[in-house]
Design a protein around this ligand. Structure first.
Ligand code: NAP
Length: 249
């Protein structure tokens, strides 16, 4: 467990899966947490209850589409006004629309870029001012092992995740002088709704390529994210931390 007492965090895509686990882990460390989600009200309410139970002094839900720049700015403003600042931003919201490149539709290419990559840009841009005001901050972006190694059927998704690595390193360089760190985590094959959608044959094949021989859990990713978001990682910036069971080294 990491110490986030007195800190305020915003986690996107926090209603389910990895984002929910990150929000809970931040709360366990004493952070006040704003949980973003897209539209799944029931999952969001459940995540909020878990975050409150985990010990967050303050917590609130924020429903907005990270692809909408005005909504992102409004959300950051609301977090600062209502929770008292912003110290940690976790860009976790993401979608995957799998398709072979020859059949990939323009709208599916664009939507994945808008949500996974441009969404992170919108929030980083809006978070910069309050983090400078706080004289420091930590940003963690959820990339993916497929951003590092590519994957057939995931050209658009992999492109967004590779893009997040370039964004992470550029922001790390740009904001280091303001004591704002920016890092990325590249999860491998993690057991969430996103991977539950995979056919059984594809799952089996994937497991053969994981030296640790199993899927990772959302909590295992959350602990890596929280390390990078915490003061324990005070000299770590521009890093890409693999959490993939050895699937890619
Ligand atoms: P998930 O279970 O599918 O959950 C996705 C979350 O993102 C939900 O909270 C969803 O909200 C939210 N969301 C989706 N579109 C959004 C939008 N436009 N604006 C705001 N929120 C939005 O995903 P996951 O498996 O936990 O993955 C989380 C992150 O880790 C993603 O970036 C993913 O690419 C990355 N990742 C996952 C894996 C894996 O194996 N699972 C591996 C590598 C990387 P609603 O509940 O309201 O729909």
């Amino acid at each position: 467990m990491f110490d986030f007492k007195g800190k305020v965090a915003l986690v996107t895509g926090a209603s389910r899966g990895i984002g929910r686990a990150i929000a809970v882990e931040l709360a366990r460390g004493g952070a006040s947490v704003a949980l973003n989600y897209a539209g799944n009200e029931a999952a969001a309410a459940e995540a909020l209850a878990l975050v409150e139970r985990a010990g967050a002094p303050r917590a609130r839900l924020l429903r907005f589409d990270v692809a909408d720049p005005a909504a992102c700015q409004a959300a950051i403003d609301a977090v600062v006004a209502e929770l008292g600042g912003l110290h940690v931003l976790v860009n976790n919201a993401g979608i995957a629309v799998d398709q072979l490149v020859m059949r990939l539709k323009d709208e599916d290419w664009r939507r994945q870029l808008d949500v996974n990559l441009t969404g992170a840009f919108h929030l980083i841009r809006a978070a910069t001012r309050p983090m400078m005001k706080a004289r420091g901050g930590a940003i963690v972006n959820l990339s993916s092992v497929v951003g590092e190694m590519g994957n057939a059927g995931q050209a658009a998704y992999a492109a967004t995740k590779a893009g997040l690595i370039g964004l992470t390193k550029s922001v790390a360089r740009e904001l280091a002088s303001r004591s704002i760190r920016c890092n990325a985590v590249t999860p491998g094959f993690i057991g969430t709704d996103m991977t539950a959608a995979l056919p059984e044959a594809a799952r089996g094949k994937m497991l053969e390529n994981i030296p640790l021989g199993r899927l990772g859990s959302a909590e295992e990713v959350a602990r890596a994210v929280c390390f990078l978001a915490s003061d324990e990682a005070s000299y770590v910036t521009g890093e890409v931390l693999k959490v993939n069971g050895g699937m890619y080294m």
